[in-house]
Design a protein around this ligand. Structure first.
Ligand code: SF4
Ligand code: MG
Length: 318
């Protein structure tokens, strides 16, 4: 079956000056099937958000394409573009910055509904329903964003996204700015909404434990490229790329028996700059297995096992 979303060889470059190109996203490809949650993980600055923004046309890709429901999203007619804006929504990391401070909750959530031709009392009723869906209520309708806690603001952001009845939601670190105490509530709510509304998610995060909990499949990014993709179970039990292994070893293990055997693998050095990246593997400067070849030749993504794709020269020896 055709995937709902296909990201093909996507590149997003920013020209800093005549000599410097920031390659935020560099030949990234992955698919998302209907009803699936794909986790997109990596350290900050690896290009996760830029990828997400290209997928909703907040950025135009430099190269490559994003196919939604069989159509290239940069080549839609006006009518198709309107439909696309309704089907695809984004939930942002900072729920405060993404809500207009001068609009009431009713106006914020009601905006999307009005686009669908509802008016007056019908809008009020739909807003009320949506607020209840996200754990708020009609008493909150006439209030402004600053009157809410971070968790409540993210709920308003989610209600706004739901107001247009979307199919696909890009969640860009939706809980990383929230108090730990409310993170689980918001994640569980997103999970429930997915089931009741048959939503498809791209879930962007730097926190691997959150991604494990919510995702069916995981895509690991490093410095603008994808290093590994696999089903969640497989990725967490059998990571193959040295970067993924190091990331996973840094997750605290709750079980003390396992914690003893679970040695933390240090990643040496800082994440390098994505400006004018060198030839070869992007991870080479920090990888304990790096050879001469790694510094010269860019490893290609290879399906090592069904559904498990790794971009690392070590895989050639297997
Ligand atoms: Fe390490 Fe080389 Fe694999 Fe890159 S290609 S992750 S440098 S072993
Ligand atoms: Mg980001």
């Amino acid at each position: 079956k055709q995937p709902l979303v296909q990201v093909k060889d996507l590149c997003k470059y920013f020209q800093i000056n005549r000599h410097a190109t920031l390659k935020a996203v560099d030949h990234v490809s992955f698919d998302i099937h209907k009803g699936e949650t794909v986790g997109l993980v990596g350290e900050s600055g690896c290009g996760k958000s830029t990828t997400g923004r290209c997928m909703i046309r907040l950025y135009e890709p430099t190269e490559g394409e994003v196919i939604y429901d069989g159509k290239d999203i940069t080549k839609l007619s006006k009518e198709e573009q309107k439909k696309f804006c309704q089907k695809v929504q984004m939930i942002f990391q900072n729920p405060y910055a993404s809500l207009n401070p001068r609009m009431t909750v009713k106006e914020i959530v009601g905006e999307g509904i009005k686009h669908h031709g509802l008016a007056g009392k019908d809008v009020d009723q739909k807003v009320e329903e949506l607020l209840e869906t996200v754990g708020l209520n009609k008493d909150h309708m006439s209030r402004f964003p600053h009157e809410f806690s971070g968790g409540q603001r993210q709920r308003i952001g989610i209600a706004r996204a739901l107001s247009v009845d979307p199919e696909f939601i890009i969640c860009d670190e939706p809980i990383s700015a929230l108090d730990v105490s409310v993170q689980a509530q918001v994640i569980n709510m997103l999970k429930e909404l997915q089931e009741t509304r048959e939503l498809t998610y791209l879930f962007i995060a730097h926190d691997l434990s959150v991604v494990k909990y919510i995702s069916d499949r995981v895509v690991v990014m490093y410095l603008g490229t994808i290093v590994e993709t696999a089903e969640t179970e497989e990725l967490y039990s059998n990571p193959m790329h040295p970067y993924t292994k190091a990331l996973l070893s840094a997750i605290p293990e709750a079980d003390p028996d396992k914690a003893k055997s679970n040695k933390r693998i240090p990643i040496k050095g800082e994440i390098p700059s994505p400006i004018n990246p060198k030839e070869g593997c992007r991870f080479a400067g920090r990888c304990q297995y790096a050879t001469e070849r790694c510094h010269q030749e860019t490893p290609q993504a290879r399906e090592v096992k069904p559904g498990h794709v790794v971009a690392c020269h070590l895989m050639d020896e297997q």
